[in-house]
Design a protein around this ligand. Sequence first.
Ligand SMILES: NC(=O)c1ccc[n+]([C@@H]2O[C@H](COP(=O)([O-])OP(=O)(O)OC[C@H]3O[C@@H](n4cnc5c(N)ncnc54)[C@H](O)[C@@H]3O)[C@@H](O)[C@H]2O)c1
Length: 314
Amino acid sequence: MTLPTIRTVGVIGTGVIGSSWTALFLARGLKVIVTDPAPGADGKLRDYLLNHWPTIPNAKVTQDEYLNNFRFVKAIDTYLGDLDLIQENGPERLDFKRRLFAHLDANTPEHVLIASSSSGLPSSEFVTECEKNPARILVGHPFNPPHLVPLVEVVPHQGTGDAYVTAAIEFYRSLGKDPVLVKKETPGFIANRLQAAVCAEAYSLVSRGVVSAEDLDKTVTSGLGLRWALTGPIMTNTLGGGGNFNHVMDHLGPALKTWLYDMRRHEFDVDSQDVDVLKQKVNEWTSRVNLKEIEESRDKLLVGLIKSKTEGSI
Ligand SMILES: NC(=O)c1ccc[n+]([C@@H]2O[C@H](COP(=O)([O-])OP(=O)(O)OC[C@H]3O[C@@H](n4cnc5c(N)ncnc54)[C@H](O)[C@@H]3O)[C@@H](O)[C@H]2O)c1
């Protein structure tokens, strides 16, 4: 089965993620039909597009085309027949997505790929009432903001057709993104699970007073994270073992076992008083810094980092 070239995308929901996807789709020259029932959503989207234009890397169109090649509609139903792909970005609620996907599936031509930005709800749980063609539904989970961060986790459910999985990967790649295929549905997919594991240990170390919140962050930004933006944990360890991952496992395996044992003994409990201790320690630090400045500086440097990665060879 050959799926049609994707020229027109439907965007459902223009909150944090939907606005950013819209900016990316438009900057890559696609036509976008977009909807969101929130009062003032149309104006907010226009402001977002205008404000973020300068930060979008490798735009393929002029600013004028970018700002005019979309139509904000009150109801998308009339336009479902014009779409080649839908990217859904509504609230992360099972009842909402289940109802919405049943409606989209019933009213969109059978071949149209429908992707959800869901952060953790697997599509197998919200295609249950889709009768027409649930095989064209999958999760395309971006990282915020999708117009900058290249990762998209493509997560099919057991009934998703291979042709749709391939089409989704090719589509995201054509936008300049770096899609990763999650072969088995798993809660939180991959990136959020990794993030949860690191954060749980970070929270434990800070709440136990092993390290300050500020210095904990520094161990990531000046150490682990710097390398991980270029080589992930597997390649980093392979290089650390002189190019031999087996050596790392044989050499550091026993130490890993001891550390993991200790970490389990001090596992962070989100239902305990440790949460209050953690909050107090984090707030003590963050109340002393200018968060807006940090965020702006982060976004500016992120654009530069992604640019140098694109120009480099890793
Ligand atoms: N925020 C993140 O960092 C992030 C990252 C990756 C994925 N996601 C996922 O993306 C999805 C959207 O998250 P968000 O952070 O943008 O949420 P958000 O609350 O910012 O936006 C959700 C939008 O959906 C709109 N909406 C509600 N009902 C609707 C309907 N019937 N039709 C169309 N739009 C409707 C709301 O008005 C709102 O603007 C969620 O599934 C979330 O898990 C979020």
